[in-house]
Design a protein around this ligand. Structure first.
Ligand code: BEZ
Length: 211
């Protein structure tokens, strides 16, 4: 099934390295990061899961629960985790789904047969506390993802969920943001006490309101 932004993230029950998980129940009120990797004991995946573990404090700070998935089995995941820990100087502290039956892979359309018949591609889903899909990314097996970019998008998603702003190209937490087009400059000046700079009638900046 192709998932689109705003769709409810499909619920599932899965066997993971931290026991059985019912996805929606496990998420609770948190945000979620569900991401697939092609296979255990592969080099790029080893760096990706290590990087995610190294950034676990950053995900926690943002109230994001992390869940990885591949079609390998639990024994394989459990044999691979010590390698990830050793190579990256970290400890994998998030669950990895053993999706041998491809239940999750199919629900989230993570197998792209023209890329690989068997393995999941590098899919990313960010899910909001309302269980709706907020971000989808798809990378090929040959390209490791940028987990700082995923954190950056989460910062933007969480900010723009609470304020009438959008974030410009390459924006990073703490930088000025854009007033959404639906608000007139006159109203924006009343709403954003830190000030509004009008570059064009349709491009107005304000300092990040929650800083
Ligand atoms: C990797 O994780 O290194 C990888 C996995 C599948 C194909 C190519 C690379």
């Amino acid at each position: 099934m192709t998932l689109r932004l705003g769709d409810i993230a499909p619920d599932f029950e899965a066997n993971t390295t931290q026991g059985s998980i019912k996805f929606h129940e496990w998420l609770g009120d948190s945000w979620g990061l569900l991401f697939s990797h092609p296979a255990d004991f592969t080099p790029v995946c080893t760096t990706e899961l290590g990087k995610t573990a190294l950034l676990s404090g950053e995900f926690q700070k943002r109230n994001v629960k992390v869940l990885a998935v591949s079609v390998d089995d639990i024994d394989s995941h459990n044999r691979w985790i010590p390698d990830i820990n050793e190579v990256n100087g970290t400890e994998v502290n998030f669950p990895i789904i053993a999706d041998e039956g491809r239940k999750v892979a199919e629900l989230y359309d993570m197998i792209h047969p023209n890329a690989s018949e068997k393995a999941t591609v590098r899919s990313v889903f960010v899910i909001g506390p309302d269980k709706k899909v907020k971000l989808t990314l798809t990378y090929p097996a040959s390209t490791g993802r940028n987990f700082y970019e995923i954190l950056r998008v989460i910062d933007s998603l969480q900010l723009t969920a609470d304020y009438s702003v959008a974030t410009p190209a390459d924006w990073k937490d703490g930088e000025d943001v854009i007033v959404v087009p639906a608000i007139s400059t006159e109203d924006a000046k009343k709403k954003f006490s830190k000030g509004v700079t009008e570059v064009k009638s349709y491009l107005r900046y304000t300092p990040q309101p929650n800083k």
